[in-house]
Design a binder for this molecule. Sequence first.
Ligand SMILES: [Zn+2]
Length: 500
Amino acid sequence: MGAEGTANDEAGMGAEAPARGVRGIGEAASSDGARETATGAASGRARAFLGSFFHAPAYGVVELLEDALIEVDVRGRIERVVLPGEPDRAAAVASHREAGDLVELPRGTYGLPGFVDLHVHAPQWPQAGVALDEPLDVWLQKRTFPLEARFSDLGFARTVYRDLVRRLLSLGTTTTVYFASNDLRSSIELARICAEEGQRGLVGKVVMDDPTANPEYYRDASTEQALRDTETMLGEVESIGRSCPQGVYPVVTPRFIPSCTDDALRGLGALAERYDAYVQSHCDEGQWEHDFVLARMGVTDAQALYRFGLLRERSIMAHCTFLSEQDGELFARVGAAVAHCPISNSYFANSVCPVRRLREQGVRMGLATDVSGGFSLSMYDNVRHAVMVSRMLEDGVDARVGRKARGTGDARITSAEAFWLATAGGAQALRLATGTFVPGNAFDAQFVDTTVAGSELRGFGVFEGARDVLDRILFLATPQNVRQTWVQGRMVFDRASLDA
Ligand SMILES: [Zn+2]
């Protein structure tokens, strides 16, 4: 679905074994002392990066590629990772220095994979943080739908979408799966803005065609129109994606089963199949959706989506908090993915997505902010919250209930697992070659400076093991610590330009 050379072929997905000479997390960190702090090549010409990089090559496994040289080809894909002690490393570093295409990370700065955010409602960016103490139906009907309807105004849409994409890049998010609005033109515009700003965007025009379920001022004119608009979206965004190195992709996007007619759902499933397109929707977000779909369809949300042809290899389903064991098996069998939205779970899901159970069933999973059902655009905040809500699911929260019945047991996830979800897991969910620093993957990275003045990332000389450093970054980093973001080997955000 993307341009040749973009991160569309999962090339690096098989490389889960540690690279030669890679130091496992938990071993003592060493330092080489005298590296220059200046960053070398500017945006366009970088072909190599020298520094220390964290990534999660497998679920629950974190590696520090310490003092690594990462070489990148002309298409922004990682060519090789050269670690200290390998024979031609010094010569390679010298030759990149001479060519002026080397970027050197200062001491105290670490490269992390760019985050993959699997679920963002782009037109809800102005609503972030607003009215989250309301029930979901009030939140949607009184706030969200009137706001989303404003995106038929292309000027307003451009302003909000441009700001959103830039803000996500500044927080280290290099790939984002977007619900745009019901409006076709501005949805295409969001894809164009992703292409221009250098973000890998997956964008869908939202279908909500059922006149009995949606307000008159904000719904598709008809089922036929909804399907025609979706097909136009598939063609237009496909061609936008071909024009940019990082790739931009169209997504078939029924809002969720309750807002669509059976005919629309069936038609969208057929389009997904014909175009081999990505699909996104909400599945089993909370008690209401779970009960509603069961009553209307006679089967669970997951099974109904499957029957409509919407649960397939390239499907990303948000929330999935009520999935049964059978639903989990169905997801695993067809290769559909779950977008876990831990902050949003706390507001609207009436439950917490059972990440550990679904992972054990072999379900593809990643992490998402669900702005603005989640208030924060930051995947850091969602990594933190993913760990927290998993503890609450495991232990339960009502002390009046006996200990054994209070929680589900065996639900907690580690920070390493949450980090994997936010990076490699999201990439695997999308079948895109990114999320780890291995040859064949796109070089998508964020550079995190742990020494920024006023930063909270101070170890005071204790807890300086590699895993401690990473945990401190994951739990305490602020936007100030994210200094640069690179997508497909190109710099797309530089905080220095804001500080100047
Ligand atoms: Zn959502």
